[in-house]
Write a protein that binds this ligand. Structure first.
Ligand code: PXP
Length: 239
């Protein structure tokens, strides 16, 4: 069964909209786990627009399954990661003006920086994934810098406007997964997945983990976190 990592960043987005104390992403994490989440994912961004250091530190002892920290390969965040030691870290690109992570990390162009970050995280006992486009060159580069997993970005699939385009992007993801498997990498996927588009992705051979945020939090606002997670787990199971 594929693991579901529930990304709770946008619970913190609502809190930060008022610089208030609620809703607390830590409470959301507990409810997501009760709903069947296999892990919790948070992105501690340099600009701290949603998740705060306090959230990460509180989540660490509470999330006993898998806490996955998304982070940019920059010293200040890497130091926090190595101190808190989540089970898993996913290196992502970060641009201040973006609404959400746009595309995978260019591991080839940033090889030295990424390799150093992977080494530092691994030394702290953290499993390391790199968020990449469904591009064999980037997947191979992720292996070469020492990552044990790739999170292959599904944004182009999620944003496809026609059935033909969607099929093409799905085929690219299938081929990327096959390639990553042959490279001996663990395979995660995520970005833009929803209750209606998740099933073809959950059927791709070799995929071990899906990280889903916006769609689950959006539903949770209306039906509650526990139910929203249960419904996503069910959608994945039916695939
Ligand atoms: N995976 C990565 C690497 C991400 O940066 C994000 C967004 O924070 C997600 C998965 C989840 O994307 P979404 O919120 O669209 O489900």
């Amino acid at each position: 069964m594929i693991r579901l990592g529930v990304n709770i960043d946008h619970v913190a987005t609502v809190r930060q909209a008022r610089r208030a104390l609620e809703p607390d992403p830590v409470a959301a994490a507990v409810l997501a786990l009760l709903g069947g989440a296999d892990g919790i994912t948070v992105h501690l961004r340099e600009d701290r627009r949603h998740i705060q250091e306090r959230d990460l530190r509180l989540l660490r002892p509470i999330v006993t399954q898998r806490l996955n920290l998304e982070l940019a390969a920059v010293d200040a965040i890497l130091d926090i990661a190595c101190e808190v030691r989540p089970h898993e870290a996913t290196l992502v690109p970060e641009r201040r003006e973006e609404l959400t992570t746009e595309g995978g990390l260019d591991v080839i162009a940033k090889e030295t920086v990424v390799a150093r970050a992977v080494e530092q995280l691994k030394k702290a006992g953290i499993e390391v994934a790199v968020f990449v486009d469904p591009d064999p060159r980037q997947i191979e580069a992720a292996r070469l810098v020492g990552a044990s997993a790739v999170e292959i970005q599904t944004a182009r699939y999620s944003e496809a406007r026609t059935a033909t385009e969607r099929q093409r992007e799905l085929a690219a993801l299938e081929q990327a997964a096959e390639f990553a498997h042959a490279q001996g990498l663990h395979i995660h996927m995520g970005h833009g997945l929803t209750y209606t588009n998740v099933q073809p992705i959950a059927r791709i051979k070799g995929v071990e983990e899906l990280n889903i945020g916006h769609s689950i939090v959006a539903r949770a606002v209306l039906v509650g976190m526990e139910r929203a997670v249960r419904e996503m787990k069910e959608a994945i199971r039916r695939a």
